[in-house]
Design a protein around this ligand. Structure first.
Ligand SMILES: C[S@@+](CC[C@H](N)C(=O)[O-])C[C@H]1O[C@@H](n2cnc3c(N)ncnc32)[C@H](O)[C@@H]1O
Length: 202
């Protein structure tokens, strides 16, 4: 739990309040998108672990009018313009893939250009367990992405650094032409999170 005093000192938190983003995390995606050029106008973006919706807001802005954003979380997400909101547990991979396919068909789309996952497990305080749960979520995100992405599509997923990190990085590397790891400036200093970015789905 982040202390209120910490939040007050946090420039990205203040900026998010000021600029109307639902989370300070929005700045992480802005930094990733800027550095890796993974979101284009007209793209179809799937945002996994999307609540409260900061990344979806950023994705919606970047894809423009012709684009589409589908947001998925186990928790409800408050209405966000024309963003499609689905309540699903991404660990139920097949169910999630089907729900997204149905949503895509409803919008007359089938190809997905980008799959994002900022999904985080509920922290238990046990580092090893939290790292493992983070790995499981990231692996589910990769499975969902593998079922939906078009050829040359892109992928971004958060994972906690630790024993499973290299395994996940290598799994992404197998499926994408170019794989990078990145810690955006907007990530908190003490955070062990890292984003794995896969470009060019094979
Ligand atoms: C750090 S928050 C995401 C913040 C979001 N990117 C934003 O900018 O607002 C992590 C989210 O992952 C979601 N999550 C965790 N496990 C999940 C699962 N199995 N399926 C779907 N969502 C999950 C949580 O409910 C939480 O909303």
């Amino acid at each position: 739990m982040v202390k209120r005093a910490d939040l007050k000192r946090d420039g990205f938190y203040k900026a998010a309040k000021r600029e109307g983003y639902r989370s300070r995390s929005a700045y992480k995606l802005l930094q990733i998108a800027d550095k890796f050029e993974i979101i284009g106008r007209g793209d179809v973006v799937v945002d996994l672990g999307a609540a409260p919706g900061g990344w979806s807001q950023v994705a919606r802005e970047l894809v423009g009018e012709r684009g589409l954003v589908i947001s998925v979380d186990v928790h409800p997400i408050a209405k966000l313009g024309d963003v499609v909101i689905l309540i699903n547990d991404i660990a139920n991979e097949e169910e999630t893939i089907t729900a997204i396919r149905v949503a895509l068909a409803g919008k007359g789309r089938n190809a997905v250009d980008l799959v994002l996952s900022d999904a985080s497990p509920q922290l238990s305080g046990n580092k090893d367990l939290d790292q493992f749960r983070s790995f499981e979520l990231s692996a589910s995100a990769l499975a969902v992405a593998s079922a939906l992405l078009k050829k040359q599509g892109n992928f971004v997923a958060k994972i906690f650094q630790g024993s499973y990190y290299t395994q996940f990085y290598n799994q992404v590397k197998e499926k994408f032409r170019d794989t990078r790891a990145y810690s955006p400036a907007a990530s908190r200093k003490r955070s062990s999170e890292v984003y794995v970015i896969g470009r060019g789905f094979r």
